[in-house]
Ligand binder design. Structure first.
Ligand SMILES: [Zn+2]
Length: 180
């Protein structure tokens, strides 16, 4: 018999195991023990992950469905500014009773361990190309500085004498320009 220690994402289901039709709900808040995600953004080590799950006893096992609520941090893929965004993901998986067929998720003794399920759902939902804002102007290819909203359009136009003349009229007014 394989026995695993209940982890921080384990939920005791003793009261509904082998009682098809029974249901219970549970909530967990766990600070992740290690970074979740390998990309530009990830759920950082120590970040709280809140899981609300509904556990339904069915003939084959325990059906777990719920939501994950956490925050990911990292850098914008265009301008490299720090970003922190809330992430909410839904999941659903059947934890089967141990039997002849090996399954990815099994009821272990009297509990289900949601960690792999919650972690995979979260990591898959992380944006591959995160941006600090939908219209992030990115970095200026010439200077390597982050473009601001006000100067982005000007700098993307080749400077010629007409622009140079215009810029001389408003050399110090960037800060006063209304923000979009
Ligand atoms: Zn950005």
């Amino acid at each position: 018999m394989r026995k695993r220690r209940p982890g921080p994402f384990s939920i005791n289901v003793r009261d509904i195991v082998h009682h098809p039709g029974e249901m219970r709900e549970a909530s967990l808040e766990v600070a992740v023990a290690e970074r979740w995600g390998e990309g530009l953004v990830a759920v950082a080590e120590g970040e709280p992950v809140v899981v609300d799950v509904r556990l339904e006893s069915v003939h084959e096992g325990i059906l777990a469905s719920g939501t994950v609520d956490t925050e990911y941090t990292g850098v914008c893929g265009r301008c490299l500014n720090d970003i922190a965004e809330r992430l909410q993901v839904e999941f659903q998986e059947l934890f089967a009773y141990p039997g002849e067929e090996a399954t990815d998720f099994e009821v272990q003794d009297d509990h289900v361990d949601l960690e792999t399920l919650v972690r995979d759902a979260t990591v898959l939902a992380l944006p591959f190309q995160p941006v600090c804002q939908p219209d992030c102007p990115g970095l200026d290819p010439a200077t390597g500085e982050r473009r601001t909203e006000n100067t982005g359009s000007e700098q993307s136009v080749p400077t010629d004498s007409r622009w140079a003349a215009l810029q001389e009229y408003t050399p110090d007014h960037d800060d006063e320009s209304p923000r979009a």
